[in-house]
Design a protein around this ligand. Structure first.
Ligand code: AMP
Length: 385
């Protein structure tokens, strides 16, 4: 990817001092935790989000209540802020480009655009010789038979854009099933991926600064329930060679993107081999353990890379297991936060969402301990609470 001229300027720029105002596009829990990290470092945060009850706005100095493509709101954001980042990938790249004309923006719009579309993402991986499983873009039903034929007999069709937590995707065992899923998705651009019989899923969260220094957090093992992240285990229980390979692949992807900011990379592990699933151009749910288990969190690194500070060297203090708390749990009879808050070495982060809904991420719990086996036992008993 060609180096953008803004980046060259940014390289020369001095870090923004405490007291500067940082903008964040999106007002969910990731924006909230970014804002908390920023305020710890003395920065003010301005949130752009249309929702009146935004979890991020609740803890931030300023809130512009408007859509992400509202030109008046974007102009105000550029006026008020000294630099801007995003907490979600579906922000219009043109909004980032507009902001980039007057203030530093990270990550840059080109990287966000790649992460917004699964076909672009996979094409980028292939072009840079990064390991990726068989896949094919589907834009018309007539492409499905040949695409399915080239795979192993089991494949996953996914909408190219706007899918998350398993939404907009279906596992299929025949071309006919793929065709009906494609029709059900409204004939929008899709990707067909060969089904990966993985041993486990891992992710790497990293930060890259304006000088090109990369710092990767320890590799996380991810377990899902109904395609929603349920539990993360650190260090991931995979061979040391796989841990190292995952970090090397992640760092080379960040280099290839000439990325600035925090990047999360999800991967499938089969034996000793790795294939890339998807990237998120922002902190990630699987990196929440860093808030308690590391000397710097993924949000600290997001702030540092945005203001132009060098990435901090990262240490894992202790093994960790992170549990997501979904609305389902809070809606269940007899749920009581104090049961969880009374457990020792269980760090509870509550997102301040006004309403609990099924499958809505409401909080997470970081369990810290001496080893993963005992933490997994603790996680199990905590779930039973
Ligand atoms: P994604 O939205 O791409 O992260 O997919 C959600 C979940 O579906 C992943 O975490 C996997 O558990 C599963 N999944 C996605 N793609 C594949 C694939 N190609 N093969 C097997 N499982 C998959």
């Amino acid at each position: 990817m060609p180096t953008d001229p803004m980046r060259t300027d940014k390289k020369a720029r001095k870090p923004l001092p405490p007291g500067a105002t940082l903008g964040v596009l999106g007002g969910g829990q990731l924006g909230r935790m970014f804002s908390q990290a920023a305020s710890k470092m003395g920065y003010r945060v301005c949130v752009l989000d249309p929702a009146a009850d935004s979890p991020a706005a609740e803890v931030s100095a300023l809130h512009i209540k408007a859509g992400f493509d509202d030109p008046v709101a974007l102009a105000e954001l550029a006026e008020v802020c000294d630099a801007v980042t995003t907490e979600f990938e579906n922000v219009p790249a043109d909004s980032l480009r507009f902001l980039q004309n007057s203030i530093p923006v990270s990550p840059m719009p080109e990287a966000v655009e790649i992460a917004q579309n699964r076909n672009r993402e996979k094409t980028f991986f292939k072009e840079h010789n990064l390991p990726v499983n068989r896949c094919a873009a589907i834009t018309e039903a007539s492409q499905i038979a040949a695409a399915f034929e080239s795979m192993s007999g089991k494949a996953v069709i996914k909408t190219a854009r706007f899918g998350y937590d398993g939404k907009g995707q279906q596992v299929c065992t025949s071309a006919a099933e793929v065709e009906s899923a494609f029709a059900e998705f409204g004939g929008v651009e899709c990707i067909l991926e060969d089904f990966v019989p993985f041993d486990c899923e891992v992710s790497v969260v990293l930060a890259r600064d304006i000088h090109g220094n990369v710092e990767t957090f320890p590799v996380v093992e991810n377990q899902h329930i109904n395609s929603i992240l349920d539990l993360c285990i650190v260090p991931a229980r995979v061979p040391a060679a796989v841990l190292e390979k995952a970090q090397v692949i992640a760092a080379s992807l960040a280099e290839a993107l000439d990325y600035v900011g925090v990047l999360a990379i999800e991967m499938f592990v089969c034996g000793e081999s790795i294939s890339l699933n998807e990237i998120a151009p922002r902190p990630h749910n699987s990196g929440h353990y860093t808030m308690d288990a590391c000397n710097y969190s993924q949000f600290d690194q997001q702030v540092r890379t945005l203001v132009g500070l060098p990435v901090a060297r990262v240490d894992l203090h202790q093994p960790a297991v992170m549990l997501n708390v979904l609305g389902d749990l809070i809606l269940a009879n007899g749920f009581d936060w104090s049961n969880v808050q009374s457990v020792s070495n269980a760090h509870v982060h509550i997102y301040g969402k006004s309403e609990a809904r099924v499958a809505r991420k409401m909080a997470h719990i970081n369990l810290l301990g001496d080893n993963v086996a005992s933490l997994m036992a603790k996680a199990k008993s905590l779930k039973q609470l």
